[in-house]
Design a protein. Structure first.
Length: 85
């Protein structure tokens, strides 16, 4: 996504949102769900990822369905924009 931002396929806000999804993945896979830092990523009214340093990742039961929906929709739009270059 860094290269996509550099090539103006995505804007800074979308790059930040993609970074949030990667942060969640890395926190769950590599740190057993415990965050290394304090960060917040806002996707929509119903979806915000909040990380607190040293705390276990927690979320509402709708977290993963909403995030997967966002990821699929953003991937579709990213593919359309990337293929214009």
């Amino acid at each position: 996504m860094k290269r996509s931002y550099e090539r103006k396929v995505i804007d800074k806000a979308r790059q930040n949102q993609w970074n949030g999804a990667l942060e969640l993945r890395n926190t769950l896979v590599h740190n057993n769900g415990i965050s290394d830092n304090d960060k917040e990523y806002v996707y929509c009214k119903k979806l915000t990822l909040s990380f607190r340093k040293g705390e276990m990742t927690r979320g509402h039961h709708t977290l993963f369905p909403l995030l997967m929906n966002w990821l699929l929709e953003e991937t579709r739009m990213w593919l359309r924009r990337a293929n214009k270059f």
